[in-house]
Each structure stands twice: as C-alpha cells, then as structure tokens.
Design a protein around this ligand. Structure first.
Ligand SMILES: Nc1ncnc2c1ncn2[C@@H]1O[C@H](COP(=O)(O)OP(=O)(O)OP(=O)(O)O)[C@@H](O)[C@H]1O
Ligand SMILES: [Mg+2]
Length: 135
C-alpha cells in the first residue's frame, strides 16, 4: 500500500477514508509542508474519498510526488467507475448536493488545493486530480 514514491488506497469503507486521510498526510509530511498545509491536504483527500464512497461505492486514490517548474508537491488522483456527474459546473458550486449534504465537498477541496481538475462521464465514472505545492 505504501511504496516509496507512491501511495495507493482503495476506497471501499469508512475505514478506508480514514486511512487515505492519515496515510496521505504522512506521505505529504515528507515534503516541506507546514502543519496547516498538511491539515488542508488531509481534509481535501478526506472529502474526495468520502464522495467516492457515497456516490460510487468504490474507487481508488493514488498519491504521488509532483514536480513542476522546479517546485515539488503532491498530486492526488482519485478515480471511480460510479454514475458520474451530469453537470460538473453545477456540482462544483457551493451548496449543490444530490444527497441532502452541505454540497461543500468538491468546491471545498478545490479551494484547499492549489490545482484541482474534475473529469466525469455519466455512466462511466469520475476522476479528480488535485495538487498542492510545498514551500
Ligand atoms: N464521485 C462522484 N460520483 C458521482 N457523483 C458525485 C461524486 N462526487 C460528487 N458527486 C456529485 O456532486 C455533488 C456535490 O458533491 P459535494 O461533495 O460537493 O457535496 P455533497 O457530497 O453532496 O455534500 P458534502 O458537503 O457532504 O460533501 C454530490 O451531491 C453528487 O451529486
Ligand atoms: Mg461530498
């Protein structure tokens, strides 16, 4: 589960969401993130993992080191083969929820991370890619 430069967590239960959050934080702590950045990263991972569980039932998260323009950070790729999202722009708005939730998971994760990309196809699934750069 925990390689040297890559972390993979399958999401199938609440315990897996907790594991992704904890192991994701531990993975990120090898870089020069402040402790508030580490908290932000684990919160974003937790929200995205929770959405996989809630809407797609299962999926997986890959967390890797990222590099761009001389900066280092982490990249989180979360994939599921669930129902997908019909209107991604709408789903990214604060307060939009199809489950009576707060509708803050996706837009919250976007605000917490430096880069956020959501691709989804109805009937095929959803992929979220998000990055945070270290100091
Ligand atoms: N992986 C996913 N697969 C399918 N639909 C999703 C997925 N993630 C989010 N959605 C859809 O996007 C909507 C918004 O998601 P978001 O996480 O922002 O809010 P929420 O889960 O409804 O509430 P919460 O604030 O508790 O997270 C969801 O209600 C759901 O319809
Ligand atoms: Mg959610």
């Amino acid at each position: 589960m925990l390689g040297d430069d890559e972390l993979h967590v399958q999401i199938r239960s609440d315990a897996d969401v907790v594991l992704a959050r904890q192991e994701g934080r531990r993975f990120a702590s090898r870089l020069e993130f402040s402790s508030s950045d580490l908290t932000v990263i684990s919160a974003a991972i937790s929200e995205i993992a929770r959405s996989i569980l809630e809407y797609a039932r299962t999926g997986d998260m890959h967390i890797k080191l990222a590099e761009k323009n001389g900066r280092v950070g982490i990249v989180v790729v979360a994939r599921d083969e669930g129902p997908g999202i019909r209107d991604v722009e709408l789903a990214m708005q604060d307060g939009y929820s199809t489950s009576g939730g707060l509708g803050l998971g996706l837009p919250g994760a976007r605000r917490l991370m430096d880069e956020f990309e959501l691709r989804s196809e109805v009937g095929r699934g959803t992929t979220v890619t998000m990055r945070k750069w270290a100091r």
